[in-house]
Design a protein around this ligand. Structure first.
Ligand code: COA
Length: 186
């Protein structure tokens, strides 16, 4: 399936909200409570995405995987690292969100999309990054490790009406991620 990567705009809001809802339900049913999943769909709806993508402050970059036949099938958002943890002080960037539809997973698209986010961060002068994943989300953790990410921190946070354990993986040099992604795609 041919999917190309392009910057997201407000016109993509509905499709991104749909991809997020489908991907979250597939990935997190059994890991997050039904109440949290319903809250995610309610809060991160198309209107939220439209507002977010209309912002032109250039801090976050949002990219989509798009196909002529399928429309938007995945998206990723990255930017400067959030939070003030001293353990993560050496990492300038963060991958905030990365979600693909189940039907296109495990075909190298996640690797390509992550590398594209890394290239944008590098172009903006950010050469290292972290990503937070649910500690129970083994597939995502294995994916980030395959991309050269290394576990660097743990956290327990409130998420709607529950508490979740998360781990942060980091890249001191985003060129490592780009090189690892090239190995998957080829
Ligand atoms: C995690 C995700 C972004 C990865 O993207 P993807 O396109 O499925 O992954 P790729 O095909 O690029 O995988 C590259 C390599 O990562 C590893 N990997 C990917 N998915 C994996 C899985 N489910 N289990 C173990 N290893 C995995 C493999 O080494 C894979 O290479 P291989 O298929 O040649 O063995 C995608 O599966 C997804 O959207 N998952 C659901 C949502 C999610 O968990 N997002 C992350 C939130 S932090």
């Amino acid at each position: 399936m041919e999917l190309f990567i392009r910057p997201a705009g407000p016109v993509d809001a509905e499709e991104i909200a749909e991809v997020q809802s489908l991907s979250w339900n597939a990935a997190y049913t059994g890991m997050l409570s039904p109440g949290s999943l319903a809250n995610v769909a309610r809060v991160w709806n198309a209107a939220h995405w439209r507002r977010s993508l209309e912002r032109t402050d250039d801090r976050a970059v949002s990219l989509v995987l798009d196909g002529r036949a399928t429309g938007v099938t995945g998206f990723g958002v990255a930017g400067p690292r959030r939070g003030r943890r001293t353990a993560l002080a050496d990492f300038g960037g963060e991958i905030y969100l990365l979600y693909l539809m189940p039907a296109i997973q495990r075909q190298g698209h996640g690797a390509r999309l992550t590398a594209a986010l890394a290239r944008v961060l590098l172009a903006r002068g950010i050469s290292s990054a972290v990503v937070w994943a649910l500690a129970r989300n083994r597939p995502a953790i294995d994916f980030y490790k395959r991309m050269g990410g290394r576990p660097i921190a743990e956290a327990r946070r409130p998420f709607f009406d529950e508490t979740v354990d998360e781990i942060a993986l980091g890249w001191e040099d985003l060129e490592v991620l780009i090189g690892a992604a090239r190995g998957v795609a080829e």
